[in-house]
Design a protein around this ligand. Structure first.
Ligand SMILES: CC(C)(COP(=O)(O)OP(=O)(O)OC[C@H]1O[C@@H](n2cnc3c(N)ncnc32)[C@H](O)[C@@H]1OP(=O)(O)O)[C@@H](O)C(=O)NCCC(=O)NCCS
Length: 143
């Protein structure tokens, strides 16, 4: 069963994500960040559940211009049965329905999940890189 993510799922999601090196848990994944993201993007955050608990997750959102996908994960014993594809199809459909034309995701270059994404139709971009800067929450600049 795939359903909308809830605040109460948080501890079990952290546990699921912690099992995969490709699913980096950052400061943005603290309880406050999780709650803020769900509040803004709850319609695009899904979990899959079976008798053993949470079997998969995906968090997605948009800034009205582009969509972004985070924390796609399928519990190891459920992998290879189409759940990752189903979760991605569901969020892609939801984002398309609100008018988002293109979606992006961040992935470590050595993550084997790259082949999964390519299999389900995503395109690896060689023409763009990612630049990052950590901001001081007080509004100043750090580093
Ligand atoms: C990536 C991940 C979500 C895939 O989930 P899954 O449920 O096993 O994937 P599916 O069963 O839906 O696979 C869909 C297709 O992709 C293929 N596929 C899945 N993982 C693959 C891999 N590592 N390499 C190549 N193909 C893969 C499947 O064979 C299937 O192909 P088909 O169209 O011939 O049936 C899962 O492996 C995972 O949770 N990985 C760890 C977390 C992670 O790294 N997430 C990505 C963070 S960016």
């Amino acid at each position: 069963m795939i359903r909308c993510m809830k605040l109460e799922d948080y501890p079990r999601l952290i546990s699921l994500w912690s099992g995969f090196p490709g699913n980096a848990i950052t400061e943005a994944d603290g309880p406050e960040g999780f709650s803020r993201f769900l509040e803004a993007n709850g319609a695009f955050c899904l979990v899959a559940e079976d008798r053993a608990g949470i079997s998969g997750s995906v968090m997605a959102g948009h800034d009205t211009r582009r969509g972004y996908v985070y924390h796609l994960a399928v519990r190891s014993d459920c992998q290879g049965a189409g759940l990752g594809r189903s979760l991605m199809e569901a969020v892609e459909k939801s984002l398309a329905e609100v008018g988002i034309e293109k979606i992006h995701l961040f992935i470590y270059t050595d993550n084997p999940a790259r082949a999964f994404y390519e299999r389900i139709g995503w395109v690896w971009r060689n023409d763009i890189g990612v630049m990052s800067r950590t901001l001081d929450r007080g509004g100043g600049r750090r580093g």
